[in-house]
Design a protein. Structure first.
Length: 300
């Protein structure tokens, strides 16, 4: 494959070039989870505003100048996140998004990744990770009442986080249509982090909790399982929001006598992995359970 950028090989009209880069940007963003998508889109927009250039004109010099400016105003973690976002986009354009040259060969939209040369501060993504031990898990779940439909929703939601190990948006946006009964047991499909329709076993206690919730509410079978309610308690056909889940997590944690300041929804994913490790699962099994592509990430 030629090392020349697609623009030099094909020389498309300016509007066609802009259209190709915009399509690449949209596809790249669609592969991200909800929170990551917002952060990545913001970072790319900031770079473009700083440089005053078109997205395909950005080079290493512009990224280096932008990074130097960010170092004056941002914490190391923020700087690393911004540069990671930009690097992710241009890597996608250089390795995954291609155009067709006049000779019929495929060429990358971008010849290089201009963010590769920018030095990033080393950030340990797990240095503030909090987990619950088994006693903490039991206390947390016991703090959730189970009298009203909304209580049962929260119980099934958080039990699911703890037993499936899924990320925030991967679990709270699940639909009844994503669950399938098989001779070997129940499974569900989730999507996130660039992966679509991944099949995973659904623990029986989670399905029991979902069934209790659906039965009390008198619905089920289609739509979002963990849906929202309006102020009058009416069902909204949309998934429960990330802010609502985070607020509920901290409320139940405080009620259980835990420290809510150190807990995030992602802490439940760490907890799920730790509980599996303590139960005797090996690293390869936990890697598959979490959906990691790299075993070293699981080992950390």
């Amino acid at each position: 494959m030629s090392s020349l950028p697609a623009a030099e090989l094909i020389s498309p009209a300016a509007d066609a070039l802009a259209s190709a880069w915009e399509e690449a940007r949209q596809i790249w963003l669609e592969q991200q989870t909800e929170n990551t998508r917002r952060a990545y889109e913001s970072s790319l927009r900031m770079l473009l505003e700083f440089s005053g250039m078109e997205i395909w004109q950005i080079g290493r010099k512009e990224v280096a100048r932008w990074a130097a400016q960010l170092r004056k105003t941002c914490a190391d973690a923020t700087l690393a996140q911004r540069l990671s976002a930009v690097s992710s986009f241009y890597k996608f354009c250089a390795e995954e998004y291609t155009l067709t040259a006049p000779d019929g060969s495929e060429v990358p939209l971008s010849a290089s990744n201009p963010a590769l040369g920018a030095a990033r501060p080393h950030i340990d993504p797990y240095n503030k990770a909090a987990v619950l031990d088994l006693a903490g898990v039991k206390a947390f779940l016991a703090a959730i009442p189970r009298a009203r439909a909304i209580d049962l929703r929260d119980y099934a939601l958080f039990l699911g986080f703890l037993m499936t190990g899924r990320r925030n948006s991967e679990w709270r946006t699940i639909r009844y249509e994503d669950i399938e009964f098989r001779p070997s047991g129940m499974v569900f499909r989730w999507s996130g982090k660039g992966r679509r329709g991944v099949i995973q076993d659904l623990p029986e206690p989670v399905w029991v909790a979902i069934s209790e919730y659906a039965s009390l509410e008198g619905r089920g079978g289609s739509g979002y399982i963990f849906h929202s309610y309006d102020w009058h308690g009416n069902i909204l056909e949309q998934p429960v929001g990330a802010v609502t889940v985070r607020t509920a997590l901290k409320y139940y944690a405080a009620k259980a006598g835990l420290n809510p300041d150190r807990l995030r929804v992602h802490s439940l994913r760490h907890t799920a992995a730790l509980l599996r490790r303590e139960a005797g699962d090996d690293m390869e099994s936990i890697r598959d359970f979490l959906g990691h592509s790299n075993l070293s990430t699981t080992q950390v």
